[in-house]
Design a protein around this ligand. Structure first.
Ligand SMILES: *Cc1c(COP(=O)(O)O)cnc(C)c1O
Length: 598
C-alpha cells in the first residue's frame, strides 16, 4: 500500500474501481470454426469485449439497445458483488450493510442495481423479501439529472425480460408490493394516480415499459435534484405524488466544482495572486474567497486581476490561432459558450444574436462597437440531427464574419473543435462573459456556470438551474439576468407559443433568420441552413425567439460595461469572491449530511 498517495491535502485514500469485461472460458467456437464459419466462431470474442468496450455516447435520448442494458447491468452487478464480497470477508453481518455502504445512483443508468441487490440478498444469501427490501431501501439513493421526458429511461419489459428474466420478476414484485401496500394506503383506488406512480407503463400493443425513474424513487432512501430550482421542480412537476407519499425523501444538493482543477490547476496565475492576497487555504475551503471582497475596491488589485486575465487571453488566442487559424485580439471581449450542444441550451439563440451584431456593424460602421470574440465549444450526440445543424450553422456564419474585412476586427466567431476538459481548462481562465442561456426550467444545474464565474467571468444568463443561486450569491448588479422565468415559460406554453409572431414583429430577428435562408452564409448551397431557420420560425421548442429581445438587451449592457474597465473588473473580482459556495467539497459535505447521514 506504500505506493498510495492521498489526493490534495486529503487524509484518506479511496478506491475507485473500473470494470472491464473479457471473454470467458471458450472464446472460440471450435465446431463452427471447423465448419469454416470463422466470423461466427469468434462471436463470443467480439461480444465479450463489447460490453465494456464502448460507453454509449448518447446522453440525451436513451436508445433501446440490448448492449446498453447489458452494460448497465454489468457495471452495477460488478460493483454490488464486489461490495458484498468485501463486506463478508470482514466477517460483518449482511444486515449491517447500510451502516458501511451507501449506493448513489447517478441518474437512472445504474437503477438495475436495485433489483440486482434484491437478487443477491435473496437468491444468493437466502434472505426473505422484507429483510432484503429493507436493506436495499436503506442503501440506495438516487440523483435526478433531468426533467426532459425524452431523457428519462424506460426499458421495454419484453427486452429486459429476455436479457435479465430474474430481474424482471423482482421488479414486478417490487411494483406489486408497492401498489398494493404504500400506494393503496395513500390513494386507495384512484386509478389515475396509481397508473402514474406504477413502475410499469402499459402500451397499446401489449408490451410494457419499465420506468426506471419510478423504480429509483421507490427503491431509494433519498432522492435529490442538483440545484434549488431543479429540486423544487422535481418535487412539484416530476414526482408530485411521490413527494406527497414520502415527505422529506426528495431533497436538494446543489452541484459544485472542484477548486483544485477549476482554479488552482487551470488558472495558475490567478491562483498565485490569490495566495499572495488571501493565503492558500481557499484550495480546500473555497469560502475563503470572501476575503477578496475588500480588494474589489483596490485599484492595484484590479490591475493585477485584469493583468492575469490578459495573459490568459493571450494564451487562448495562441491556441485559437493554432487550432482554427483565426487571429483574435486579446483586448476584445471574450464571450464564451462551452457546453454540450442541445437545443435547450440555445446555442442557436447566441448565433442569431451574433448575426444581428454583424448586421448592426455593417449598418453603422462608424458607431462605437465593443470588439468581441464569440467562442464556442460543443459536441453533439451522434444521432442528434438538429444539434449537428446548429454546429454547421455556427461554423458557416463564423467563416463569413471572420473574412469580412469591413468589420475591422470588431467581431470574430470561433468554434473550437473537439471540446473536452483539456480545452475547457484553457478557455475558462480567459473568458470575460459566460453564456448560460438555457430556457428556464430545462437546465438542471449546470457546472460550467460555476467554473466560469469562479474565474471571474460575468454571466449573461437566464433564471435557470444553478444560475438562480449564482445570481443570489453575486448580487443582481454583478450578473446580467434576462429572459422568461419558469412560470412565464409555462404560461406561454399553455397559451400556445407561436414563434412566427416574433419573427414577423421583430425586424432584427427577421433579418437574422432570413440571412440563414438566403444563402448569405452558404453561397454554394443556399438551402444548407434553411431547415434550421424554418424550425426556428415554425417550431422553436425552446423559445429562442421569445427570449431574443431580452437577450439582446442584456448583451448590450455587458458590451457597454466592458468599455468601463474599473467597473467591469470590480464586478469580475466580486464574482470570484462570492462563489465560494459552489465548491464540490461543500456539495459532497451536503451529500454526507443530508443524503447518506454519515
Ligand atoms: C463542466 C463541463 C461541462 C458542463 O458544462 P455545462 O455548461 O454545465 O453544461 C461539459 N463539458 C465539459 C468538458 C466540462 O468541463
Amino acid at each position: 500500500m506504500c505506493d498510495q498517495e492521498t489526493a490534495f491535502g486529503g487524509q484518506y485514500v479511496n478506491r475507485l474501481r473500473l470494470w472491464e469485461s473479457q471473454v470467458g472460458q471458450y472464446p472460440i467456437d471450435l465446431d463452427k470454426y471447423n465448419q469454416g464459419e470463422y466470423l461466427e466462431a469468434c462471436r463470443n470474442l467480439v461480444d465479450g469485449d463489447a460490453i465494456s468496450g464502448v460507453l454509449y455516447p448518447e446522453d440525451s435520448t436513451p436508445q433501446g439497445k440490448d448492449l446498453r442494458l447489458i452494460q448497465q447491468y454489468f457495471f452495477s452487478a460488478c460493483s454490488l458483488q464486489d461490495i458484498l464480497r468485501q463486506h463478508k470477508s470482514k466477517g460483518l453481518k449482511l444486515s449491517d450493510l447500510p451502516k458501511h455502504y451507501a449506493l448513489q445512483l447517478n441518474d437512472t443508468h445504474p437503477a438495475i442495481a436495485i433489483p440486482e441487490l434484491m437478487r443477491l440478498l435473496m437468491d444468493e444469501e437466502g434472505m426473505v423479501w422484507n429483510e432484503a427490501w429493507d436493506i436495499t431501501r436503506k442503501m440506495c439513493h438516487y440523483t435526478n439529472h433531468t426533467l426532459l421526458p425524452e431523457a428519462l429511461e424506460k426499458w421495454s419489459a419484453a427486452l429486459l425480460g429476455r436479457i435479465l428474466p430474474r430481474h424482471l420478476q423482482i421488479i414486478e414484485m417490487i411494483n406489486h408490493v408497492f401498489l398494493t401496500g404504500e400506494a393503496a394506503d395513500q390513494w386507495g383506488e384512484n386509478v389515475e394516480i396509481i397508473q402514474k406512480v406504477s413502475i410499469f407503463e402499459e402500451l397499446e400493443g401489449g408490451d410494457r415499459l419499465i420506468r426506471m425513474a419510478n423504480l429509483s424513487v421507490i427503491g431509494s432512501r433519498r432522492v435529490n435534484g442538483v440545484a434549488a430550482l431543479h429540486s423544487s421542480l422535481v418535487k412539484s412537476n416530476l414526482f408530485p405524488e411521490f413527494n406527497e407519499l414520502y415527505p422529506g425523501k426528495l431533497v436538494n444538493v446543489t452541484n459544485g466544482v472542484t477548486p483544485r482543477r477549476w482554479l488552482a490547476h487551470c488558472n495558475p496565475c490567478l491562483a498565485k495572486l490569490l495566495d499572495r492576497n488571501i493565503g492558500t487555504e481557499w484550495r480546500t475551503d473555497l469560502t475563503q474567497l470572501s476575503q477578496l471582497e475588500p480588494l474589489a475596491s483596490k485599484e492595484e488589485f484590479l490591475d493585477a486581476f485584469s493583468g492575469v486575465r490578459f495573459k490568459n487571453k493571450e494564451r487562448l488566442a495562441r491556441l485559437i490561432e493554432k487550432e482554427c487559424k483565426i487571429t483574435v485580439n486579446p483586448n476584445a471581449m471574450f464571450d464564451v459558450q462551452i457546453k454540450r450542444l442541445h437545443e435547450y441550451k440555445r446555442q442557436q439563440m447566441n448565433l442569431l444574436h451574433i448575426i444581428s451584431l454583424y448586421h448592426e456593424i455593417l449598418d453603422n460602421p462608424y458607431a462605437e462597437h465593443t470588439p468581441r470574440v464569440f467562442i464556442f465549444g460543443a459536441k453533439a450526440a451522434p444521432g442528434y440531427v438538429m444539434a449537428k445543424q446548429i454546429i454547421l450553422a455556427i461554423n458557416k456564419v463564423a467563416k463569413v464574419i471572420n473574412n469580412d474585412r469591413r468589420l475591422d476586427d470588431r467581431l470574430k466567431v470561433v468554434f473550437l473543435p473537439d471540446y473536452r476538459v483539456t480545452i475547457a481548462e484553457q478557455i475558462i481562465p480567459a473568458a470575460d462573459v459566460s453564456e448560460q442561456i438555457s430556457t428556464a426550467g430545462f437546465e438542471a444545474s449546470g457546472t460550467g456556470n460555476m467554473k466560469l464565474g469562479l474565474n471571474g467571468a460575468l454571466t449573461v444568463g437566464t433564471m435557470d438551474g444553478a444560475n438562480v443561486e449564482i445570481a443570489e450569491a453575486v448580487g443582481s448588479d454583478n450578473i446580467f439576468i434576462f429572459g422568461k422565468t419558469v412560470d412565464e415559460v409555462e404560461a406561454l406554453q399553455k397559451e400556445g407559443y407561436n414563434p412566427y409572431q416574433y419573427y414577423e414583429k421583430n425586424p432584427v430577428i427577421k433579418r437574422a433568420i432570413n440571412s440563414l435562408m438566403d444563402g448569405s452564409f452558404s453561397q454554394h448551397s443556399p438551402e444548407l441552413l434553411k431547415a434550421l431557420a424554418e424550425d426556428l420560425i415554425h417550431n422553436d421548442p425552446f423559445m429562442a425567439l421569445a427570449d431574443f429581445e431580452s437577450y439582446r438587451l442584456a448583451q448590450q449592457k455587458a458590451a457597454e460595461l466592458f468599455r468601463k474597465p474599473r467597473v467591469w473588473w470590480k464586478k469580475a473580482v466580486l464574482n470570484t469572491a462570492r462563489l465560494g459556495h459552489f465548491s464540490s467539497d461543500r456539495s459532497i459535505a451536503d451529500y454526507a449530511e443530508e443524503v447518506w447521514k454519515i
